[in-house]
Design a protein around this ligand. Structure first.
Ligand code: ATP
Ligand code: MG
Length: 533
C-alpha cells in the first residue's frame, strides 16, 4: 500500500505542479514561475523547512524559473542576524542557490507603509482605539458574529492623520492599531477587520529605531510576494483560512498579476518536535548542546549527525507533497541516510569498549599492513592499509567466556576471523581479582589471511584495531531525543517524553590510525557498529 503511494508520487505530478501547468497554459503570468522560501529569522531551519526549500527551489528548477530567499523579518522582537547567517548557510548546504534573489521584508517597510496609506485613502482601513481586551471581545466567536468598532466610521482625513501619528510615535504601545475594514460578521474570523499595523517600541535588527509601527504577517506577506513578482506563493495548511485576506489585500489595492497562495501539508515526523518555540526551549535550557546538537531535527543538527544534503533531498522527494496533514515515520528519514551513506561513506574500524586480545604465536615486534576495503558497495573507493600486530583490541561484547548457543563470536576454543586479517582461535582468558576479563589469548593460523576470495570461512568476523597503533577516541552515541511517537501527547509538558539515554559518551574507544587526519564534518561509517539499527 505504502509502496503504491510512493510510486504514484514519483510518476504523477503533484497538485502544485498541476496548478502551475494550468497557469502556464492560460498564460496567467506570461510564462513566469517565481517561488520563494520565506523564513522568519527567529530560529534555525529544521527538516520541515528543508521540505519547503526542496519544494520551492525544486519547482523553480523544474520550470526554469526562480526561487527567492526572503527573510520574512517583520516582527522585531524575536529576530536576529545570527539566524539570518545560519539560514543562508543551511540553504546553500542543501544544494540550492538563490543567485541574486536575496530579499528582506524589512527593506519593504517604506513600501508597505505607503500601501497602508493607500488603503486608508480608499476607505478600506481605519485607526481603531479599542483596547486589546475590547478588540478580543468585539471580534466575536466562531458561532457569533463580531461587533463593529465605534472607530470604524472615522473619515479618511482623520485616519490618515492618526496613522501618521502612530508612525511618529505619538501613541503608546497598545493604544491603537490600524485595521482593515472588511466584515465583522464574516464566518471567517480572519476577515473580521483584522489588524494591519501595531505599535511596538522595539528596535529592529535591520531598521534600528526607524519604525515604531510594524505590519502584521497577513498584510505584509501578500505585498512582499507582490513586490517581488512572485507567481506561486506556497505555504502550509494553517494559512488556508488566511487566503481570503491574502487576496483581499491585493485586490483592494487594485494590483495586477497578483501572486496566488497555495497551501500544502506541513511535514510532521514521529518522535520529533519541530515547533521553533519548543526547539528554542530545548536549546536555551540546555537539554541539548546547541542548535546543532545531532539529536535535533535542525539542518545544522542533521549535518552533525552525518546526514548528507543528498539524503535529505531524497527524503523530501519521497515524502511528496500532500494536501492533508499526516505524520511521516522518522524511520524513513533514517533510512534515507543509511541508503546514501551505504554508497558513499568510507568504512573504518573503531573499537568502542576495548578488550585486549593477544596472539601468542604471532612474532613480537612484527607489524603487517593489511589491506582494508574502503567501501564494499563501491570498488572505486579502493583500499587502505591497517596495521596488524601481536596485541589488538576487540569489543568486549565480542567475547564470552561461557557463551550461550546462539553466540558465534569469540569464546574459549572458538575460531573467528579478524576482518581483513587472519583466523584466530581463543586459547584462554585472563581475569583480574574482581573476576573481570582483562585480556584474551589466541593463536592464529598464518595461512588464513583473507584475500580476494575471503580466505577460509569462520562463523563470525570481528572488527579490531592494533593496540600500539590505534588512536584514543571519544565516541558519542546518539539515539532519538524523544521516547514517544508524538512527544508530549496527553501530557502537560513535551519534555516529559525526553529520552534520558539519547546521548552516551564513551571515553576510552580506540580507532584505526587512518582517522588521524579526520576533519570535523567528515563522514565515516564504523564497521559493524554503524550498521546496527
Ligand atoms: P513558526 O513555528 O514560528 O510559525 P515556521 O516553522 O512557520 O515558524 P517560518 O520561518 O515562518 O517558520 O517558515 C518558513 C517557511 O517554511 C514557511 O513557508 C513555512 O510554511 C515553511 N515550513 C515551516 N515548517 C514547515 C514544515 N514542518 N513542513 C513544511 N514546511 C514548513
Ligand atoms: Mg511561520
Amino acid at each position: 500500500m505504502e509502496k503504491d503511494n510512493k510510486e504514484k508520487v514519483e510518476i504523477s505530478k503533484n497538485f502544485i505542479e498541476e496548478i502551475i501547468d494550468e497557469d502556464l497554459k492560460n498564460n496567467v503570468y506570461n510564462g513566469r514561475v517565481v517561488t520563494r522560501f520565506p523564513p522568519e529569522p527567529n530560529g534555525y531551519l529544521h527538516i520541515g523547512h528543508a521540505k519547503s526549500i526542496c519544494l520551492n527551489f525544486g519547482l523553480a528548477q523544474k520550470y526554469n524559473g526562480k526561487c527567492h530567499l526572503r527573510f520574512d523579518d517583520t516582527n522585531p522582537t524575536t529576530e536576529d542576524i545570527e539566524y539570518v547567517e545560519s539560514i543562508k548557510n543551511d540553504v546553500k548546504w542543501l544544494g540550492f542557490d538563490w543567485g541574486s534573489n536575496l530579499y528582506f521584508a524589512a527593506d519593504y517597510f517604506d513600501k508597505l507603509y505607503d500601501y497602508a496609506e493607500q488603503l486608508i485613502k480608499l476607505g478600506k482601513a481605519y485607526v481603531c482605539h479599542l483596547t486589546p481586551e475590547e478588540l478580543k471581545e468585539y471580534r466575536g466567536t466562531l458561532t457569533q458574529p463580531g461587533k463593529e468598532s465605534p472607530y470604524r466610521q472615522r473619515s479618511v482625513e482623520e485616519n490618515l492623520k492618526l496613522f501618521r501619528d502612530m508612525a511618529a510615535g505619538k501613541f503608546k504601545e497598545g493604544e491603537c492599531v490600524l485595521r482593515a475594514k472588511i466584515d465583522m460578521a464574516s464566518p471567517n474570523m480572519n476577515m473580521r477587520d483584522p489588524i494591519l499595523y501595531r505599535i511596538r517600541f522595539v528596535e529592529h535588527y535591520r531598521t534600528g529605531k526607524k519604525w515604531v509601527i510594524y505590519p502584521m504577517y497577513d498584510f505584509a506577506h501578500p505585498l512582499e510576494d507582490y513586490i517581488e513578482r512572485i507567481t506561486h506563493s506556497i505555504c502550509t495548511l494553517e494559512f488556508e483560512d488566511h487566503r481570503p485576506l491574502y487576496d483581499w489585500v491585493l485586490q483592494s489595492l487594485n494590483l495586477k498579476e497578483c501572486p496566488k497562495q497555495i497551501e500544502f501539508a506541513r511535514l510532521n515526523l514521529s518522535y520529533t518536535v519541530m515547533s521553533k518555540r519548543k526547539l528554542l526551549e530545548l536549546v536555551e535550557n540546555k537539554y541539548v548542546s546547541g542548535w546543532d546538537d545531532p539529536r535535533l531535527p535542525t539542518i545544522a543538527g542533521l549535518r552533525r549527525r552525518g546526514y548528507t544534503p543528498e539524503s535529505i533531498r531524497s527524503f523530501c522527494e519521497r515524502v511528496g507533497v500532500a494536501k492533508r496533514d499526516n505524520v511521516v515515520d522518522v524511520a524513513l528519514l533514517e533510512h534515507s541516510l543509511r541508503e546514501d551513506l551505504n554508497l558513499r561513506a568510507q568504512r573504518v574500524m573503531c573499537v568502542l569498549r576495548p578488550l585486549r586480545l593477544i596472539i601468542d604465536n604471532y612474532p613480537e615486534g612484527r607489524v603487517e599492513e593489511l589491506q582494508a576495503v574502503n567501501n564494499p558497495e563501491d570498488p572505486s573507493a579502493g583500499t587502505r592499509p591497517v596495521p596488524f600486530s601481536r596485541e589488538l583490541y576487540i569489543e568486549q561484547e565480542d567475547f564470552m567466556e561461557d557463551p550461550p548457543k546462539k553466540f558465534f563470536r569469540l569464546a574459549p576454543g572458538r575460531t573467528v576471523r579478524l576482518r581483513y586479517g587472519y583466523l584466530v582461535t581463543c586459547t584462554n582468558a585472563v581475569k583480574n581479582d574482581k573476576g573481570e576479563i582483562t585480556e584474551v589469548h589466541c593463536s592464529y593460523d598464518p595461512d588464513s589471511l583473507s584475500g580476494e576470495a575471503g580466505g577460509p570461512k569462520a562463523k563470525a568476523t570481528l572488527h579490531w584495531v592494533s593496540a600500539a597503533h590505534s588512536l584514543p577516541a571519544e565516541v558519542r552515541l546518539y539515539d532519538r531525543l524523544f521516547m514517544s511517537e508524538d512527544p508530549g501527547e496527553g501530557k502537560d509538558d513535551f519534555k516529559a517524553d525526553l529520552n534520558p539515554d539519547s546521548l552516551k559518551v564513551l571515553q576510552s574507544c580506540r580507532m584505526e590510525p587512518s582517522l588521524a587526519g579526520a576533519q570535523p564534518g567528515g563522514r565515516a561509517a564504523l564497521a559493524r557498529v554503524s550498521d546496527r539499527p
